[in-house]
Design a protein around this ligand. Structure first.
Ligand SMILES: [Zn+2]
Length: 403
């Protein structure tokens, strides 16, 4: 019999093995958070995650996460559902699919753009020297998954000033989790349990793609372009409506309803527990193919356009739903562009918009936000009726002529 493989080699970036025992491994797989996090910084999770494609069912959740990888402009993804519905597993399983980006090689995050904007003083002395010698300040690197610890303080998130440290402004600020999250995925489990000031600072940075730390005379700005993924269990506390609105896509994650699916999910978890490498090996080819598709779609999405004949009726639908927030159509269009790119095309069709509409448009109206799930079923039905007529071209009204 093969022993479950609970040990993994430590790497420079990863301080500790996330599994200390089998119970934690089981919890990990069942989608529960493992709070072995330091308050110092978000943990970079680089273990051997459950293969993304091995997750049974949960079509919408998987689609939303993939769209987020393809087009970071969709503005974040919120997974809403009870415990044990594979939310955390799904997010961590993205590790096998993450594309590459070009990022700063410096601890302080200095980039050539900093120099273009602010001159050599805008970067640390090491980088200023490198730049002068014509050496690169950036290198290709994998997108990472940064998890925000639930016990994070505001200083951990935005960074703090080191009063004793030296001279150079950039070196006086201890980088926070938001700076580490630049060009990465930032995952916040149980976002509804975080304090308001932390959530606000994260959402502001997410919207602007940067943030500034001010402490007395010291001011430092950081890039913070990340795909925000939040998850929450509505039974454990509500999320302020204005926060809900700021997530691009909202996915309602329910338990698997089909008995066969549940059994298959159980079997895969069993296989993963008893021999994770072998289980993952069964999905390697597909995972590599999916990762390649994502890379191609990320390039293609820049070229994808939405013609007026498609955009106009979509905006009309948003208005008919009584949604005021402009974020509705921004998110809807951006996710449809990602969907179209994933399908290998460069022009968004009505059917692309219809496919991603529920994720982008649900829980947008203020009275629904206040009521959360209460109105959810009615809204889904209404939305699907509207989408039915949206898919079909509208019959033209016959001109009525008087004799
Ligand atoms: Zn530097």
């Amino acid at each position: 019999m093969t022993e479950p493989n609970l040990t993994q080699p430590e790497t420079q970036d990863q301080p500790a093995n996330p599994f200390r025992n089998l119970r934690e491994l089981v919890d990990y797989v069942s989608g529960r958070a493992l709070p072995i996090l330091t308050a110092e910084e978000g943990r970079v999770t680089e273990s051997i995650p459950f293969p993304f494609l091995g997750i049974v069912g949960q079509h919408e959740m998987k689609l939303a996460l993939l769209l987020g990888l393809i087009n970071p402009n969709i503005g974040g993804i919120l997974l809403i559902g009870p415990r044990g519905t594979a939310k955390t597993t799904a997010v961590r399983s993205l590790l096998g699919l993450l594309p590459q980006v070009v990022r700063s090689t410096c601890f302080y995050g200095c980039t050539p753009e900093d120099i273009e904007i602010g001159g050599l003083d805008a970067v640390c002395p090491d980088c200023a020297k490198k730049y002068g010698e014509g050496k690169p300040l950036t290198a290709p690197d994998k997108v990472r998954l940064i998890e925000l610890p639930l016990n994070a303080r505001l200083d951990d998130v935005v960074g703090t000033i080191d009063e004793r440290a030296a001279l150079h402004e950039r070196m006086r600020v201890r980088r926070g989790i938001l700076a580490q999250a630049d060009l990465n995925l930032l995952y916040i489990d149980e976002i509804n349990l975080l304090s308001d000031d932390i959530v606000d600072s994260i959402l502001d940075a997410s919207a602007q793609g940067s943030y500034t730390v001010r402490r007395g005379p010291v001011v430092a700005s950081y890039r913070s372009r990340f795909v925000l993924i939040g998850s929450m269990n509505p039974e454990e506390g509500r999320l302020r409506p204005q926060i809900l609105d700021r997530f691009g896509l909202r996915v309602i994650v329910r338990g698997l309803e089909n008995i066969e699916e549940r059994l298959e999910a159980y079997r895969r978890v069993q296989a993963y527990l008893s021999n994770p490498r072998q289980m993952i090996g069964q999905f390697t080819d597909e995972m590599e193919a999916a990762a390649a598709e994502i890379r191609i779609a990320r390039e293609r999405v820049r070229k994808v356009a939405i013609p007026d004949r498609v955009a106009n009726p979509a905006i009309e639908l948003v208005q008919r739903m009584g949604i005021d927030s402009l974020r509705a159509e921004i998110t809807w269009f951006e996710s449809a562009r990602a969907y179209t790119a994933a399908d290998g095309r460069e022009e968004v069709e009505i059917s692309d918009l219809a496919e991603v509409a529920p994720m982008a448009l649900r829980l947008r109206r203020s009275h629904f936000m206040n009521e959360y799930f209460k109105g959810q079923i009615g809204e889904e039905k209404e939305l699907s009726t509207l989408l039915d007529s949206f898919r079909k071209p509208r019959p033209r009204k016959k001109a009525t002529r008087k004799k």
